[in-house]
Design a protein around this ligand. Structure first.
Ligand SMILES: Cc1cc2nc3c(=O)[nH]c(=O)nc-3n(C[C@H](O)[C@H](O)[C@H](O)COP(=O)(O)OP(=O)(O)OC[C@H]3O[C@@H](n4cnc5c(N)ncnc54)[C@H](O)[C@@H]3O)c2cc1C
Length: 290
């Protein structure tokens, strides 16, 4: 069905999530350009095959039962085109590689997200951010595929808000970002200082998906991670999944955790937060096979 395309059959999804959990995908595809991506989507539609667009897998909990469809990884859509203080970047590039390239080019503005194991596409999808910055601050326009054709969406029409955007109904192909010229050494210092803050506060030595819950938008004072900590739930385990002892917002895989372990731990935390009068909202994506 996917002749001449980079396609793995019965691919192990655990290798493609930073949580290191997941069964097998019937197909795992790596389009090397937009034309191939559109071709793959067309075949999937004709064959009635479910699809899932994968960035860097840093926010997806795959099911141990796997995915009976086509997972489409955009990691090969990673081109960078420089035009003055702007760059046009493919959605599949990961933020480590993008930051290192920008640092060499002497372009500043993205250092805040150095250390986050995301792809640009995934980060745009949910308007990711940290340390008071969000990706939307540097976006000029986003290129998407709407199922029929490629479209350009200007920043103001992307619906960027706290950990969300209205890009979620599209396949994100890339974006034009505006940055500022800066000395490479200064950019490197900024990157390192942001990364160090992450290393100090987050359990980066264990597989995880980052923060499980969003801050409550209507009341940012109510911070799920702080509440979980206050309830003394750091270190609580189900199977091999644990509420991180370092950061109460993270669930870590101690090695050998199942999707069921993690899912049950999420549900347990949700019940505990509800007892405190908080309506928790998941930041992570749970891809459950039904
Ligand atoms: C150690 C660690 C630290 C983290 N720190 C932060 C942080 O500081 N701030 C923060 O905001 N997040 C953080 N995260 C969470 C995570 O990195 C973000 O949610 C990120 O945006 C996910 O990007 P991804 O490419 O890995 O997406 P995936 O996990 O691959 O996908 C997430 C969702 O986006 C969709 N998607 C991905 N790419 C595309 C695309 N091109 N087109 C359409 N849909 C797409 C997927 O279908 C899925 O629904 C952290 C995660 C980890 C593991």
């Amino acid at each position: 069905m996917f002749e001449k395309l980079d396609c793995k059959v019965n691919a192990n999804l655990s290798e493609y999530s930073t949580m290191k959990i997941g069964g097998k995908a019937k197909f795992l595809l790596f389009p090397k350009n937009e034309k191939e991506l559109v071709k793959i989507l067309k075949i999937c539609k004709e064959q009635n095959l479910k699809t899932f667009i994968l960035g860097n897998g840093s926010n997806v909990l795959f099911d141990d039962k796997g995915f009976n469809g086509a997972v489409i990884s955009l990691k090969k859509l990673d081109k960078i085109e420089v035009c003055g203080e702007c760059v046009k970047v493919g959605a599949g590039i990961n933020l480590f590689a993008l930051n290192l390239r920008l640092q060499k080019l002497g372009l500043s503005g993205l250092e805040f997200c150095y250390g986050i194991p995301a792809s640009l596409g995934g980060f745009l999808f949910m308007n990711g951010g940290c340390f008071g910055h969000e990706i939307c601050e540097v976006v000029d326009e986003v290129y998407v595929f709407d199922g029929e054709r490629k479209r350009t969406i200007k920043n103001k029409d992307c619906g960027f808000d706290y950990r969300t955007s209205n890009l979620q109904k599209y396949v994100i192909l890339g974006a034009k970002l505006h940055l500022k010229h800066e000395k490479s050494e200064k950019i490197a210092q900024n990157m390192e200082s942001f990364y160090q803050k992450k290393r100090d506060s987050q359990p980066l030595d264990f597989p995880s998906l980052g923060s499980v819950f969003k801050i409550i938008k209507t009341n940012p004072e109510i911070h799920p991670a702080k509440l979980i900590d206050k309830m003394g739930l750091k270190g609580v385990k189900i199977g091999r999944a644990e509420v991180s002892k370092k950061h109460a917002g993270f669930i870590v895989n101690l090695g050998g955790a199942t999707s069921k372990d993690v899912f049950e731990l999420i549900c347990f935390l949700e019940a505990k937060l509800k007892e405190q009068g908080v309506q928790p909202q998941r930041e992570i994506v749970v891809l459950k096979e039904t």
